[in-house]
Design a protein around this ligand. Structure first.
Ligand code: SF4
Length: 412
């Protein structure tokens, strides 16, 4: 980092003082902090903001499973290595209820309280498919919370059915949907979206769908992916729009985004990875941590920020807890989208609850299991089992403590 002139340093110090004092900062102040703030000063300020919003030493996590009902998609996002075009019988799939049911049963056996279900924009699926799917899961597995369909999928369904977003969300809620994942957001600034995901939902519509979801009382999150060769102002545009929309939703509906999570784009095997700018996509761990801290400082009205260990690696995930995050995300019993583009989830996707607890504890915090609403279900003040999770014996001990993690053959 270059040495700052005394005027800029004074400005940075006064912005940081505002954060420590619990005040909101402006767009220009956020940009200046992003450009010139010392990384450790940002961490300290982000932790101050975290304490203002979530005082104490608890770090929460969720036991859930990501499930993809189809990978067939017509949207051709430049960063996606997950999808298959319609007619691609080799790679494309639509999972049957039998397979989906087995995945949910496995998740329940592992203690899951939620499934997070997303898929491609598959033109062969009629509108009734989605309603039937949600209703069937809700009836068959009443204990599991169903978070499903990002705003772009909702918009796609609305187009397929000739319905409004409100009609689609009302139908899905009646069928048993509890909330929407914040996926498909990437960077919510059309200047970037038109370049990397031109056929997908644009910023106004992404927030438009979520506004209706807030009005209907659904649970929502916001995700952000950085590293598309965007400028810092594009990132701040996303954060500012999120903060403004959250103010509005809280005021009008007393409901808004529960949490925010960001990560760096993974481009292995994708069109971006084959482009001549490939080396310029993605981001370092330091960039991720800086962005995490700025997000926590700037977006002062979304209560929780999750660390993204599946994309950044567990150790960086631990560090993120010192950059303003108060949540360690979920067990991610299964993840197929970012892992197919090179994220390290494959290596660690079966993170058992007591392993998550250990990572949180190692980072200096007290682990607590939560549900989708961020209600704390159980606090783990002391280690459940002192076991070596790299050995079969240790895994068996841990499994006995946690349920049936060992010995399961997960449906892939
Ligand atoms: S990211 Fe989603 S919408 Fe985009 S191509 Fe992949 S599956 Fe389709």
């Amino acid at each position: 980092m270059t040495t700052l002139d005394s005027q800029t340093k004074g400005q940075i110090d006064s912005i940081l003082a505002k954060v420590h004092d619990g005040q909101r900062i402006s767009y220009d102040e956020g940009l200046l902090l992003y450009q010139h703030g010392d990384l450790l000063d940002l961490a300290e300020a982000a932790n101050a903001r975290r304490q203002q919003l979530n005082p104490g030493n608890l770090v929460t996590y969720l036991i859930d499973r990501n499930i993809n009902y189809t990978n067939v998609c017509v949207t051709d996002c430049q960063f996606c290595n997950f999808y298959a075009l319609p007619g691609d019988t080799e790679k494309g799939y639509v999972n049957s209820k039998l397979i989906l049911g087995k995945k949910i049963e496995e998740a329940l056996e592992l203690g899951a309280t939620r499934i997070l279900m997303q898929g491609g924009h598959n033109p062969d699926l009629p509108y009734d498919y989605y309603l039937d799917l949600v209703s069937w899961i809700h009836r068959t597995f009443p204990a599991i919370e169903i978070n499903a369909f990002s705003p772009s999928e909702i918009q796609f369904m609305a187009e397929v059915a000739g319905k409004t977003w409100r009609e689609v969300l009302t139908d899905l809620k009646a069928a048993g949907l509890m909330g929407l994942p914040g996926g498909g957001g990437e960077i919510l600034d059309d200047e970037v979206r038109k370049r990397v995901t031109p056929k997908k939902i644009m910023t106004d519509d992404w927030f438009g769908v979520m506004k209706v979801a807030h009005e209907l009382g659904l649970v929502t999150t916001n995700t952000m992916v950085i590293g598309f060769r965007e400028e810092l102002r594009n990132r701040l545009n996303h954060l500012l729009r999120l903060r403004d929309e959250q103010d509005d939703s809280l005021k009008r509906f007393n409901n808004g985004f529960n949490a925010f999570i960001s990560w760096t784009v993974q481009i292995e095997g994708t069109p971006l990875g084959r482009s001549r700018y490939a080396a310029e996509y993605g981001g370092t761990s330091t960039e991720y941590l800086r962005h995490t801290a700025i997000s926590r400082i700037f977006v002062d009205n979304v209560p929780h920020i999750s660390a993204s260990w599946p994309t950044q690696g567990v150790k960086v995930g631990q560090m993120a807890l010192h950059f303003g995050c108060d949540d360690f995300g979920s067990t991610m019993i299964e993840e197929n989208v970012v892992s197919s583009a090179g994220a390290p989830t494959k290596a660690s996707s079966l993170m058992m609850p007591n392993e998550i607890q250990r990572q949180i504890r190692e980072a200096g915090f007290v682990p607590a299991q939560r549900n989708t609403h961020y209600d704390v279900l159980r606090v783990f003040d002391a280690p459940e089992a002192d076991v070596d999770l790299n050995s079969m014996e240790g895994i068996s001990v841990a499994a006995a403590k946690q349920g049936n993690w060992a010995g399961l053959t997960l449906i892939e």
